[in-house]
Ligand binder design. Structure first.
Ligand SMILES: Nc1ncnc2c1ncn2[C@@H]1O[C@H](COP(=O)(O)OP(=O)(O)OP(=O)(O)O)[C@@H](O)[C@H]1O
Ligand SMILES: [Mg+2]
Length: 343
């Protein structure tokens, strides 16, 4: 019988779990709602539904911040709930867990991902770590084991990770604190400044996503919010130019960081990078004009991933399915406290 195995991409905005028993990827908000400080009230998309609307005795939060675990107890709870849901209909007696982590975090922060799975009551038989950019590359069908120079840019919710891969490893990587959440707050700030209008984060996100939608792009966004002066709820039309301008600064910061990494890349790898172009992925990869502005700033072709939000989970799936890729995952088991920097 086939062993249960899960590939988990713990994003700051969304958790994606590949389940090898049915080949599906669960993709839900990485959120938790807790009532009266202790009682689990909701998790995932259901918790997000209540976000910005709940009374004060319900705390709704993201357990991850900037790519690292901010609240381990909350994160364990969310993980346990999802794994329980995924295994409810089968005789689950434990499984292997492949978990992706950013490269540019400390050993202690990496170790926390391992401990999270170990201590979550999910019956982990084996816990393997995969660098997120490697999983991204595999998920995009790149031959990461043999290529000598691949640039992957994953623009997510709290972070963007810019990495250079070569021969199955990561040569350079930088995690920056720019992503979908910053784009949303930039839109909120611009609408407030230009129209004296307060809008919620979910409204801002919808405006942003509509921008990249071909059918609605170019048309002004219709938003509902609260007028700061009168205090009353109103409807307003926001021209796309204002939104474009609001996003520029954050996009420029991503482009600048890509250039810094390119400048630091050993010249021997440059030929492959030039030939392949840049691979742009992550949920925010489809932000309007992001690919165009990266291309303008670097003179490199930009390959925009289609199913960009799930490329890490798809890469983890390939590692689980194909033994040829197993060497791209590693274990933290048996690592000494010294090796991890833990006391
Ligand atoms: N069409 C779109 N245009 C712009 N942004 C989008 C689009 N679709 C989704 N997004 C954004 O993608 C983001 C989520 O992406 P993703 O799931 O890759 O992040 P994450 O993995 O949770 O975060 P991180 O990798 O930073 O930890 C959200 O901010 C969402 O608004
Ligand atoms: Mg991500």
């Amino acid at each position: 019988m086939q062993n249960s195995a899960f590939g988990i991409d713990l994003g700051t905005g969304n958790i994606k779990i590949y389940n090898n028993m049915d080949g599906t990827i669960l993709n839900q908000k990485n959120m938790i709602a807790v009532m009266n400080k202790t009682n689990l009230f909701a998790y995932g998309d259901e918790a997000f539904e209540m976000y910005e609307k709940a009374p004060s005795n319900i705390r709704i939060s993201y357990p991850l911040t900037y790519g690292v675990i901010a609240d381990i107890k909350d994160m364990q709870e969310v993980l346990k709930c999802f794994i329980t849901d995924l295994t409810a209909s089968s005789k689950y007696s434990g499984g292997d867990f492949y978990i992706s982590v950013p490269k540019d975090i400390t050993e202690v922060e990496k170790r926390a991902f391992y401990d999270l799975v170990k201590d979550s009551n999910v019956k982990a038989k084996k816990i393997m770590i995969v660098e997120k950019a490697i999983a991204d590359g595999l998920g995009l069908d790149i031959d990461v084991k043999n290529s000598q120079g691949v640039m992957v840019v994953d623009v997510g919710f709290d972070t963007s990770e810019i990495s250079i891969l070569s021969l199955g490893g990561i040569v350079l990587s930088k995690l920056i604190k720019v992503g979908g959440r910053k784009f949303d707050s930039a839109i909120q700030a611009a609408v407030r400044k230009e129209f004296n209008l307060m809008i919620g984060g979910k409204t801002a996100e919808k405006v942003k996503i509509d921008l990249s939608n071909k059918e609605t792009s170019g048309e002004p966004a219709v938003v509902y919010g609260r007028d700061i002066v009168t205090g009353l709820p109103v409807e307003r039309q926001i021209p796309t130019e204002i939104i474009d301008a609001a996003l520029n600064e954050n996009i420029a910061s991503i482009v600048e960081n890509i250039k810094v990494i390119l400048e630091r890349t050993p010249p021997e790898l440059a030929a492959d990078i030039y030939r392949h172009g840049i691979y742009l992925t992550g949920g925010s990869a489809h932000l309007k004009n992001l690919d165009v502005l990266i291309n303008k700033g670097t003179n490199l072709r930009v390959n925009l991933a289609e199913n960009s939000q799930e490329s890490v989970a798809n890469g983890l799936a390939r590692i689980i399915q194909d033994d040829n890729f197993k060497s791209l995952a590693y274990s933290l088991e048996g690592m000494t406290a010294k090796g991890t920097g833990l006391k």
